[in-house]
Write a protein that binds this ligand. Structure first.
Ligand SMILES: Cc1ncc(COP(=O)(O)O)c(C=O)c1O
Length: 398
């Protein structure tokens, strides 16, 4: 009889080391506390307070009534892919073939996951700016990759420094990940910086993942350019986007991914085995969104802009230094003047004044000392939130 080494109970060894190495989202914890309280003003969740435009909802209902209750092509409906191809060409001057270069996904979330799983081998390095969206690091880790962070700082308006990106490149670097306009900072990529990043990607032959889900939420004189529209970039860029933010469609779960046919072919494999196809109802609604909701997108954007002014000016007036965000719908005030760290600030603000926000360190080490406040909530609620935050910061503490 051979000796068998004693094994841990299954429950203790069920999860993979990759999964165990990723902490739970730093965002969710506070939402659970906030959900158990009354009278909370939430600046926490990053989603529009608007409902989906009514004609888009009707299109979803009509789709169901027409009994469009089956799978679609793995790629998504051809109608939606054609509409997306025209839309991207019209807005950014980059053309994708609807038959072979566009995949409809379950939100930009799935697009991010697919892009990494289809392209990363164990040990491949991905350069990623931080603070940045909480799902990026786990997506790299679950794919077996290694994140090389590049810090962005309040002192530089959270601008990405191309020299720092280049300095982070090693022989193992496979790709650069950019998510701009940026969640949580609201920073954008100025044209000159984007051009330099493109030149670096070309010089070092890097793949570029570009999450452009906030492309439509741009303010002031900032004009979004798709990364893949830059000269030479189409062949090395995986463009990801979605309907959640601009069209107020978070719950429908529909997004997209565009890449050269040879890359998309592999990405579709992962999607077809894991997902099959994005929800049919949501795809039909997304088609209506592209076709009919331009005025709605602009009206929502203009309202976010008004709220942005209120919140950014209000926070600065309270002594919480806040850089001017030019994209997305987040303010990222520095809260160090209160003497609290970002976790304590968020915990106490919630407990004492019932305002929910997210600690900046949830988005990367350089987010420490900041909190993310989402201004996709009504003007009146933001005014009330500012009053409460004002009371909070003025309160003497030991
Ligand atoms: C930067 C960024 N990318 C992707 C997503 C996911 O969006 P979707 O609802 O399309 O999955 C979010 C949602 O907060 C986000 O902020």
């Amino acid at each position: 009889m051979t000796d068998v080494a004693p094994r841990l109970p299954l429950a203790a060894r069920a999860l993979s080391t990759r999964v165990l190495s990723v902490p739970p989202s730093g965002i969710r914890r506070f939402f659970d506390i906030a959900a158990s309280m009354e009278d909370v003003i939430s600046l926490g969740v990053g989603e529009p307070d608007f409902a989906t435009p009514p004609q888009v909802i009707e299109a979803g209902i009509a789709s169901l009534r027409a009994e469009r209750t089956h799978y679609t092509s793995n790629y998504g409906t051809l109608e939606l892919r054609r509409a997306l191809a025209d839309h991207l060409e019209r807005r950014y001057g980059v053309r994708y073939d609807p038959a072979t270069e566009i995949l409809v996904t379950v939100g930009a979330s799935e697009a991010v996951d697919l892009a990494l799983r289809a392209t990363i081998d164990p040990g491949d390095e991905v350069i990623l700016h931080e603070p940045s969206y909480v799902a990026y690091v786990p997506a790299v880790v679950f794919a077996g990759g290694v994140v090389r962070h590049v810090a962005t700082r309040f002192e530089d308006d959270f601008a990405l420094d191309p020299a720092a990106v280049e300095a982070a490149i090693t022989p193992r670097t496979k790709a650069l990940f950019v998510g701009y306009p940026c969640n949580p900072t609201g920073a954008v990529l100025p044209a000159a910086v984007q051009d330099e990043l493109a030149a670096i990607a070309d010089r070092h032959d890097l793949l570029v993942y570009s999450d452009e889900i906030y492309d439509r939420l741009a303010y002031g004189d900032y004009r979004h350019r798709a990364m893949s529209a830059l000269p030479g970039m189409r062949e090395r860029t995986i463009l990801m986007g979605g309907f959640s933010k601009a069209y107020a469609m978070t719950g429908w779960r529909v997004g997209y991914l565009c890449a050269p046919a040879s890359i998309l072919e592999g990405i579709v494999k992962v999607h077809q085995y894991a997902i099959m196809s994005a929800p049919t109802t949501a795809q039909d609604a997304a088609l209506a969104a592209i076709a009919t909701a331009e005025a709605d997108v602009e009206a929502m954007r203009a309202e976010y802009d008004r709220r942005r002014r209120l919140l950014v000016d209000g926070l600065n007036a309270l002594g919480l230094a806040t850089f001017e965000p030019r994209g997305a719908f987040y303010a990222f005030p520095r809260i160090t003047a209160t003497g609290l760290d970002d976790e304590a600030f968020v915990e106490r603000l919630l407990a004492e004044e019932h305002v929910a926000a997210v600690p900046g360190s949830a988005f990367g080490p350089s987010g420490a000392g900041h909190v993310r406040m989402c201004y996709a909530t009504s003007h009146a609620k933001l005014e009330e939130a500012l009053e409460r935050i004002g009371r909070f910061v003025a309160r003497p503490r030991r």
